[in-house]
Design a protein around this ligand. Sequence first.
Ligand code: FAD
Length: 545
Amino acid sequence: GFVVYWSRNKDLRLDDNTALSYASAIAQDLKLPLLYLHIFSIGDYKSHDRSPRRIDFQLRQLAYLRKRLHDLDIPLLTITQESRRKDVPRVLCEKLEEWGAVGLYANIEYEVDELRRDTEILERAREARETGEGWRGKVEFFKDFCIISPGELTTKQGKPYSVYSPYQRAWSEKINSHLVDYVVQHNGPVIANDPSTRKHPVLGPMFDHEIPTAIAGFELEGGEEEAKVMRHLWPVGDGITEGIMDRFMKTKLRPAKFFDPPLEGDAEEVADPKKDSKIGQYREGRNRVDWDGTSHISAYLAAGFISPRDCIRRAYEISGGRELPGGRDTGIGMWCQEVAWRDFYNHVLATWPRVSMAKPFNLKYDETIEWATDDDDKKFQAWVDGKTGFPIVDAAMRALKREGYMHNRCRMIVASFLTKDLLIDWRKGEKYFMQQLLDGDLASNNGGWQWCASTGTDPQPYFCRIIVQRIFNPASQSEKVDPSGEYIRHWLPELKSIKSKAIHEPSKTMSKKQLEDLGYCMPIVDHSKARTKAIEAYKTAAASA
Ligand code: FAD
């Protein structure tokens, strides 16, 4: 027999991994070898609009993990499951029985279909134990993806939090009252198998198993050129996540270089983590898209190449190690609050599964907003292509296409633009983001889109005000987030010659002909008219609910 760790799409690492650490300890106790198993579930990828870039990133990481695991005499096997995801429990249990595995250990995924899949596996194993037919090993699922897992925090009345600020305060308090459990303590390391595993009748041949280099149907759109860009910007391997965190926490905030691969580029100037480093200056730096002010760790966190605990453990260490800062008055505290958003949106996803079924959190807006019709596909395409005539929107959309990443402030601007200026259904934007982002994650992406579309977890009495507040004026936002204009100049080289503030709204000072001569276009909507129309559409929706 042997023990199986089933790696998911969100926990692709060996260090500080709850289920893997547990499986490894059990294998040691039972004096059995460990198998690292990964299933490519094509049905899941399709239904979650998983981006080919994210899949390529995973494949690269799996190839890297395979090497590290082989050094520990642990085989890594991948299985590609083509048919629908509901077949995964059956196929997996059949395999486990055929192999003679004694236990299956994995981390919980909070998406509703994934929870159903895991429940079915538990049911199958239980039934098999009762009937004596089928695979009847031990199955256990672990909390790992969040720092504070869904269900662990409730209001004083025992209800789930539906608003971020009180959630975040409770999140900080809980962590600080259980620092050892949430921050200090690591999961134990993966323990090597006995070298004789290489001769094991079932596991031995698995050492020859190669990780696929692509998954059919999910090839990178831009072929070799795109593969090169992705590998350059988002490397995998030894010391990568450590390097990204060090760069964020220990080097000086500086203008963006759009953006260097995390570990290359100019030598970074060493800085004080609490003062002039990127994290030290995060309160200001995070709002500037022309500065390199955020961590760029999201893709690694979303796919689990680094544990979320590891992120805040570092913040805790550099802050002096007495408590985890959570306030808005320091850069470190502010950054920890951002990491808390990730837990919050996973909590929302697990508590109100309708959000993963294309429903708004706020049911007032379920089927009540009159979104633009299909005739507006042209406008959607202009948004996708970065050809709306609003430079900050276009720059951000081109960055997304090229790099699989977009700065948070820009995500908010382009999402507000799509849902309010163009009145296009947020679900279209959510889907497109998932297809392009390297850090695409259902909970955070859905949460971000619903926040921008004002259909999400907002304090209810203020919802009208929130709609008005979240109609961003692209030109004034642009001046705020890209005051130097360098972000726009980088991504829209056709506007490079505009050196003044006019770059934020060139249509104000230039004619259609002048813009066309530069290779740019006039705005596809009038922002102030669009704003009035959006407020009306939301008011009508709320009244008709
Ligand atoms: P930092 O500023 O360094 O933040 C550190 C980490 O905290 C991030 O890596 C991320 O894991 C987490 N975080 C920060 N802000 C948020 C937030 N608002 N919500 C949830 N987690 C947050 N983030 C994703 O990881 N995946 C997504 O698919 C995603 N889609 C988004 C869609 C929209 C419309 C919006 C407005 C935001 C979205 N975000 C998403 C949140 C945020 O934009 C990114 O996490 C952030 O830009 C990543 O850059 P960073 O790692 O440098 O962030």
